[in-house]
Design a protein around this ligand. Structure first.
Ligand SMILES: [Zn+2]
Ligand SMILES: [Zn+2]
Length: 290
């Protein structure tokens, strides 16, 4: 009886709805934290609603008192065994799904790489020869070796040897009389040195590297058939075709880059043409402002 009266004295108002005990005698009260005074007591139902709002649907989120930062002690009714097992299963599935999805993704990429490797082997060695080689090979060796084919192609594509050649060229071009003879107007005429740009960092050049690398065996086969048709061995013919293609493309690319560099180096900014612009301004203006 004594305790009840002190409680009544302290329960001046609920800090959520500001109702006092006199307003409603049937609701249950709780003092969920270290707070004293006006924020000590709160209606059980009001606090539950407030916690619902804070948790935003995730019932495992911890909620603390906004005043004293004490964490609310929330207990749930005991679960039945079936619901308990289902609850644990639900949590396990929720936690493992990202890993399973990641595994499936990595697995698909891996098997795509294996397939690509096998197709490339058949393309380079010829259909029958390629199948023979793969049938005779150790399965483990195939499972590791085949997917490294596209990886090596992409890594190889990322080696930008043309850039090194170009840099060497620009550095030593003055010392080579042959180049001076071939490109007489290119030397000692640069009015400035253009800023270096780094084109590999954007995603479009990443897809370009990927496409270029994966399409290389096909191109090598075609170039090999066109240029080295007399070579009997499929492998040698494709290899020669690939080397020829890379060399020709490299030379063209170096030439193209050097021309671009040349244009960049010799560009000129013009004076702003005041007379012409004011003239066109007046002629295009339809409103009679002047
Ligand atoms: Zn309340
Ligand atoms: Zn508090």
């Amino acid at each position: 009886m004594e305790q009840r009266r002190t409680s009544v004295e302290e329960r001046n108002a609920c800090w959520v709805c500001f109702a006092t005990e006199e307003d409603d005698r049937d609701v249950s009260w709780v003092r969920p934290c270290r707070c004293k005074g006006t924020t000590k007591w709160v209606h059980q139902s009001c606090l539950q609603r407030w916690i619902d709002e804070k948790q935003k649907g995730n019932s495992t989120t911890k909620v603390v008192c906004p005043q004293c930062n004490a964490e609310y002690l929330i207990i749930f009714p005991k679960l039945g065994p079936v619901v308990y097992i289902m609850d644990i299963a639900d949590k396990i599935i929720y936690k493992t799904c990202p890993f399973v999805a990641g595994g499936i993704f990595i697995g698909s990429v891996y098997w795509t790489a294996v397939t690509y490797g096998a197709v490339t082997v058949m393309q380079v060695l010829g259909h029958k020869e390629g199948l023979n080689v793969m049938e005779r090979a150790d399965p483990l060796f195939l499972l590791i070796g085949l997917p490294t084919i596209p990886v090596m192609l992409i890594l190889g594509k990322m080696v930008r040897w043309e850039d090194y050649v170009l840099r060497l060229w620009r550095k030593h071009s003055a010392k080579l009389p042959l180049l001076h003879y071939l490109f007489p107007d290119e030397l000692s005429r640069y009015t400035r040195v253009p800023a270096e740009t780094v084109p590999l960092s954007d995603p479009i050049s990443a897809t370009r590297v990927l496409c270029g690398a994966l399409v290389l065996p096909t191109i090598a086969t075609i170039v090999g058939k066109l240029m080295f048709g007399s070579v009997q061995s499929n492998f040698q013919r494709t290899l020669l075709g690939g080397i020829a293609f890379i060399a020709i493309k490299g030379v063209l690319k170096i030439y193209y880059r050097q021309q671009q560099y040349h244009r960049q180096a010799n560009r000129v900014v013009l004076d702003f043409p005041d007379d012409i612009t004011t003239g066109t301004d007046n002629s295009t203006q339809t409103a009679p402002t002047s």
